[in-house]
Ligand binder design. Structure first.
Ligand code: ADP
Ligand code: MG
Length: 239
C-alpha cells in the first residue's frame, strides 16, 4: 500500500509565487524517497505541505490512504527533522528526546522505553545524561533524529538535515541515516539540494526544477536514462 501519496499538489503563495506546480509522488510503505533539486525549486514547500505546516492550494494529499489536506500537523502521524534543529541546552539528551512524549502525556515508563530504544539505535546510550553542549555536532544531529524516532511515526520528513555539518561529518551522518532508516523501516521523504546525497541515500530519487517534477526513479535509472538535459546535468550523467 502507498504510505504517502501526493496527487497534483500545488502551492501558490499569497504573493503569487507558484512554488510547487502539480506535484505527484507516491511513496510505498518503508520507502526512502529523496526529493532533490536546486535551491528555490520548491522542495521545502512540498515537504511543509506534507507536514501540514503549509496550506495546500490545490491537489490531494493522502497518508495511509486517507485524505489529510485539512488535518493539522498534530493530526498527521509523521515526524519532521528540520534543517535548523534546536535542542534545549539546559536539558539532558534523554529529556530532549522524551520532551514531546511528556507533553503528549505518555507514561514515564513508556517514555523511558522509547528513549532507551532510540538511543541504542542512534548510538547515544552512553550520552543520555549529557547536555547538548557536551556533544559533537554529529551527536547533536542524532539527538534531533531521536526526537523524531521516539514518536514512532508512520513517516519521517527531513529537510536538509545534514546542512549544518562539515563535509566529513556529513558523509558519516549520511551513512548513519541510511542505516537507521533501513533498520526502522519507516517511510521517509528526504529533501536535499546535494546530488551526491540524493544518489547515495535513497531507494528512489524525485528531481524537481522550478516547482515542476522532472523525473522519479532509482538512482541508476536517473543516471542511465535521464529524461532531459536538466536531469542529466544535475545528476552528472555522461553526455
Ligand atoms: P527550496 O526548498 O527548494 O529551496 P522553497 O520551497 O523554499 O525552495 O521555495 C520555493 C519558491 O517559493 C522560491 O521561489 C521561494 O522564494 C518561494 N517562497 C518560499 N516561501 C515563500 C513564502 N512564504 N512566500 C512567498 N514565496 C515563498
Ligand atoms: Mg529548502
Amino acid at each position: 500500500m502507498s504510505a504517502i501519496t501526493l496527487e497534483e499538489i500545488t502551492k501558490r503563495y499569497p504573493d503569487g509565487t507558484l512554488a510547487v506546480d502539480s506535484l505527484s509522488l507516491d511513496l510505498s510503505d518503508g520507502e526512502f524517497m529523496i526529493l532533490v533539486g536546486p535551491s528555490g525549486c520548491g522542495k521545502s514547500t512540498a515537504l511543509r505541505m506534507v507536514a501540514g505546516l503549509e496550506e495546500i492550494s490545490d491537489g490531494e494529499l493522502r497518508i495511509g490512504g486517507e485524505r489529510v489536506n485539512e488535518l493539522p500537523p498534530k493530526g498527521r502521524d509523521i515526524a519532521m527533522v528540520f534543517q535548523n534543529y534546536a535542542l534545549y541546552p539546559h536539558m539532558s539528551v534523554a529529556r530532549n528526546m522524551g520532551f514531546a512524549l511528556k507533553m503528549a502525556k505518555l507514561s514515564k515508563a513508556e517514555i523511558d522505553r522509547r528513549v532507551r530504544e532510540a538511543a541504542e539505535i542512534l548510538d547515544l546510550s552512553e550520552h543520555l545524561e549529557r547536555r547538548p553542549g557536551q556533544l559533537s555536532g554529529g551527536q547533536r544531529q542524532r539527538v534531533a533524529m531521536g526526537r523524531a524516532i521516539v514518536r514512532e511515526p508512520q513517516a519521517f520528513l527531513m529537510d536538509e538535515p545534514l546542512s549544518n555539518l562539515d563535509a566529513k561529518l556529513r558523509v558519516q551522518t549520511r551513512a548513519e541515516i541510511a542505516r537507521i532508516q533501513k533498520r526502522l523501516g519507516t517511510t521517509t521523504l528526504y529533501v536535499t539540494h546535494d546530488q551526491t546525497e540524493a544518489m547515495t541515500l535513497g531507494d528512489r530519487v524525485a528531481i524537481m526544477k522550478s516547482g515542476v517534477l522532472q523525473q522519479v526513479g532509482s538512482p541508476r535509472d536517473l543516471y542511465d536514462t535521464p529524461v532531459n538535459v536538466f536531469v542529466a546535468g544535475f545528476i552528472g550523467s555522461p553526455p
